[in-house]
Write a protein that binds this ligand. Structure first.
Ligand code: AMP
Length: 114
């Protein structure tokens, strides 16, 4: 069981802010911005590079949920804004092998990213 499956199963505590039949969103334990939320599928897809065409609804749902969470947090405007990040594999900075979308906001994001 991945760390994030344990969070979904309430075996590890987390500050869950949204949940439905396909996904779960909770606060990152080590926030990299004033707002840092992780949006994860309930299906334990290890990383986006291993998703299959049958996962397309789930993948789309993660992005729609990011928009919904951003709406609820009042940051879904062109002035406020937010950044979505998916780290894939070692060089991509992935630490937890359970697909997750980082939603970062509350400060000015830089480009290029580190
Ligand atoms: P990544 O490096 O893209 O795999 O991101 C993994 C993220 O999971 C990091 O931002 C961690 O801070 C976060 N994280 C690790 N353990 C927990 C936890 N128990 N609760 C919430 N976030 C976590």
């Amino acid at each position: 069981m991945t760390l994030f499956e344990k969070i979904i199963a309430r075996e590890i505590p987390a500050d869950i802010i949204y949940e439905d039949d396909l996904c779960c969103a909770f606060k990152d334990i080590e926030p990299q911005a004033p707002i840092h939320i992780l949006i994860i599928p309930k299906k334990p897809i290890p990383r986006v590079g291993e998703a299959e065409s049958q996962d397309r609804v789930t993948l789309g749902h993660l992005l729609l949920t990011a928009g919904k969470v951003a709406n609820e947090l009042g940051i879904n405007s062109t002035d406020e804004g937010f950044r979505l990040v998916i780290n894939n594999g070692k060089a991509g900075g992935e630490a937890v092998p359970h697909l997750h979308v980082h939603l970062l906001a509350g400060r000015q994001m830089e480009w290029p990213p580190g």
